[in-house]
Design a protein. Structure first.
Lengths: 222, 268
């Protein structure tokens, strides 16, 4: 009995008395058959599951090219008040892809933060930094006010009240050789107006916020 | 015209002759014939599948004393889901997931122009709220009756997954009319998903299909709403029901166990 068990334990099929065994063979043909059938099944399932998964998560890693949009001549804007302009964030979906930006000429007396120096125009995104509702500039109060949950921002887009976690996002601006103001890619700022690659609303950028909410893998540096 | 004598019928071969009536035979009417045909068909299927055993196992179960109306909330939820499935299929015949105006227009067409369109859309819209309410009532019944305890924990877990999938259905379905309310509610909802640390930004990119609400966001929500999640819900309802039938239902907590005869006598 002990002898038989010992024989059964050998890793060589020859020792185990399996008919047709080769010398040095350790895997029985039944095990090999089972393993290759399972592998074939896994390859077949992967052949459709992996492309489908790539389809679903691919957009996370897609980088979109920088896009500059003309919003008007230089004379349209002042350095004391905001002018709303309509810009296109996503093409081909009509009104749903459009958004409002508030644009003001750079004013050295107001825009004293070091990160703003050298910017010809200040372009503030109307997307609330709380959950993305559209804020509007209220001239009398000199505040950006959000209709959804009561976020309030000052002239520079810094939060002065309500739930937002960071100031309003901004757009890069430039002036073309023919004197037209152009609005470029969006960027996010923290409460000191330091610039970060664009984040979604609701993602703080002060302290460890910038590590908790990393930028998109496809975001390109300007 | 004089009446012609009727010719005798030619003799039939014995195999085709109807059997001679026997004493005790009842004359069969068309209703009995139809019932027999039905029984024959069912027998034919059952002989090849043995499904009748499964049907008996599912439908003729023992239920504990004290079973009451609260125990119907699960079935009610399932019928709410079936209502959503049926009305959803018919709405899908008209809906166009086109964010450049076609989606809103197709919903407007269903509501205003299609025969019974407003009714079917209303069944789907209000039915979704009814389903969420019933899910929570069913969950509350299970919790307060202690029906989640051993050996029914797995059924509770499946139920929680079904609750999350129902919420996913509500969230993705809300965008489809593509009016102002749908658009902004989805913007806010996606951004709430994005506030989760570390994976939040990737989750909102996945939901939008990109960094901005774009051309594929609506079709993505539509595919999740009508293809991905309903299949999962149907499969999990099957598993949920199987476990209910296998484990049986619980008695309500106020139901006292009946004492054996000898103990009752000893008390007296």
């Amino acid at each position: 009995m002990a002898d038989k068990r010992l024989k059964h334990k050998s890793k060589y099929t020859l020792d185990r008395g399996i008919p047709g065994a080769f010398e040095g063979e350790t895997i029985t043909r039944r095990r090999f058959m089972t393993g290759s059938a399972h592998t074939a099944g896994a390859v077949a399932a992967g052949a459709f599951a992996l492309p489908a998964l790539g389809f679903a998560v691919g957009p996370i890693f897609k980088s979109s090219p920088h896009h500059w949009e003309v919003v008007g001549p230089e004379g349209m804007f002042t350095d004391t008040n905001y002018v709303p302009v309509v810009i296109t964030l996503s093409p081909n979906i009509g009104e749903a892809g459009k958004s409002t930006a508030y644009i003001r000429k750079f004013n050295p007396e107001i825009d004293t933060d070091p990160y703003d120096q050298g910017t010809p125009y200040i372009a503030i995104s109307s997307r609330c930094a709380h959950l993305g509702c559209p804020v509007r500039w209220v001239d009398a109060a000199e505040r950006f006010i959000c209709p959804c949950h009561g976020g309030v921002y000052d002239l520079l887009g810094r939060r002065v009240g309500g739930p937002p976690v960071r100031p309003l996002d901004r757009f890069y601006t430039r002036v073309s050789s023919s004197g037209l103001v152009e609005v470029g890619p969006r960027f996010s700022v923290n409460s000191e107006l330091r610039r970060f690659s664009p984040r979604d609303p609701g993602e703080p950028l002060d302290g460890i916020g910038q590590y908790f909410y990393p930028s998109r893998p496809g975001a390109q540096k300007l | 015209m004089p009446k012609l004598p009727k010719l005798p019928a030619p003799p039939l071969p014995s195999a085709l002759k109807p059997p001679a009536p026997r004493p005790g035979d009842v004359k069969k009417g068309p209703i009995e014939e139809a019932a027999n045909a039905g029984i024959t068909v069912v027998d034919w299927v059952d002989e090849r599948t043995s499904l009748s055993g499964a049907a008996r196992w599912m439908m003729f179960r023992k239920v504990p004393k004290g079973t009451n109306w609260f125990y119907t909330l699960g079935s009610a939820t399932m019928f709410a889901f079936l209502n959503q499935a049926v009305t959803g299929v018919f709405l899908a015949m008209y809906y166009r997931p086109d964010p450049a105006g076609g989606a809103y227009e197709s919903i407007r067409y269903v509501t205003n122009d299609v025969f019974l369109g407003q009714f079917v859309r209303g069944m789907h819209k209000w039915g979704s709220s009814v389903m969420v309410i019933l899910v929570f009532l069913h969950m509350g019944r299970t919790f307060f009756f202690g029906a989640y305890k051993y050996p029914r924990e797995l059924n509770w877990v499946i139920g929680v997954v079904l609750l999350i999938l129902t919420m996913t259905m509500s969230f993705t379905g809300y965008l489809l009319p593509f009016d102002q309310r749908a658009y902004w509610a989805t913007v806010v909802g996606v951004n709430i998903n994005g506030t989760g640390p570390l994976i939040g930004p990737y989750l909102s990119d996945f939901l939008r299909g990109g960094s901005e609400f774009g051309a594929t966001t609506l079709s993505r929500f539509y595919a999740i709403h009508m293809l991905l999640v309903p299949g999962l819900i149907a499969a999990l309802i099957g598993a949920h029901l199987y476990l209910v039938a296998k484990l049986g239902t619980t008695a309500p907590p106020w139901q006292k166990a009946e004492k054996p005869e000898e103990l009752r006598e000893a008390e007296v």
